[in-house]
Write a protein that binds this ligand. Sequence first.
Ligand code: SF4
Length: 443
Amino acid sequence: MRTKSLKTNKINVVTLGCSKNIYDSEVLMGQLKANNKEVAHEEEGNIVVINTCGFIANAKEESVNTILSYVAQKEAGEVDKVFVTGCLSERYKPDLQKEIPNVDAYFGTTELPNLLKALEADYKHELIGERLTTTPKNYAYVKIAEGCDRPCSFCAIPLMRGKHKSTPIEELVTQAESLAAKGVKELILIAQDLTYYGLDLYKKRALAALLEALVKVEGISWIRLHYAFPTGFPLEVLDLMKQEPKICNYIDIPLQHISDPILKSMRRGTTKAKTDALIAEFRSRVPEMAIRTTLIVGYPGETEEDFQTLKQWVIERRFDRLGCFTYSHEEDTHAYALEDNVPQEVKEARASEIMDIQSQISWELNQEKVGRSFKCIIDRKEGNYFVGRTEADSPDVDNEVLIDASAYYLKVGEFVTVEITEAGDFDLYGVPENVAPQEKIGF
Ligand code: SF4
């Protein structure tokens, strides 16, 4: 890459980790653009900003390796400056400054104005939520709150993201309106703990009130809920989901485990009985709801019996979508004082056993969709397929609907009704309804 000859600086923002980091990178890019800076996302640039993740071991390793690779490019004269921000930098700045000194500067998760200054830009308060989205134009993440007040023993997020802080409903509506004006049809609401929304700002749970405001935004067709928490779940959200077609019949609620001794040690504030009661409430109030959850196996002290309880529960509950992580022993978390006594190979064996069960469940649930029709949003064209999602699928983590691109032409970013003709573990295949092959379509 030639750098010296670049007339103007080009800032390349590199995002690692979760959707909240994607959101933060988009806000940074929006600020830089408003300062007339040339900015790109994961493309060439002579100035690099790495938005890191510091959640668990694998993520930290990926962040460190990314920093090292750009520092090597700097030492080779291929890039001029390297800046690091995000969770890893928030959590380990002093160590990183010592161990990788050839980074121009490290910034924490609340230091956007300082980072902008280092990039010769000014923080513009008037840009409420204005950002350069990096997702396909038909959907965007909306971070409704930052930080978390929960005491989960294994989690380092509160160390990196601080206390829970809700964004006012008015600001979120303004964001939604500006996204809709840019053609966004699907809002994916994210936070560390979505269901805690409003307790700090309005002294009461206000997720339902926020949803009531967002469904009024012209142009938005789907609103999706991610990162709910099991205790104190605002059940009125379920009634709203039932009555409001714009609110996807979908919820992502990480439950982490189900064995009572483990839930207690994890300080999750719930029990198997309460969790089962909540899921039963989900199923009875919104029968067609798709439930996504994530689990952790190999937590300190997890016995074979605890694991068998978890396995049996996954078989019985038949979640629509499920992910499973191996426990990562994170310093400065409450669980760090416990002995990380489940061998790594046992952790991994348990995780793959859970995912094998889930693949089977997902396959069986998908077979029930064959012959039925679903409203789908087309996210992209990939190889011989147009790739879309139903209301029950969130981007990047859930199932996809594949439509033969050699037979049909579909408009990316548009909705189309698809009849499912075949189904695998995680992918569905189908044909668009009311469309003659090769005819242009989109509505
Ligand atoms: S609710 Fe989520 S982000 Fe908050 S401490 Fe628990 S696991 Fe971490």
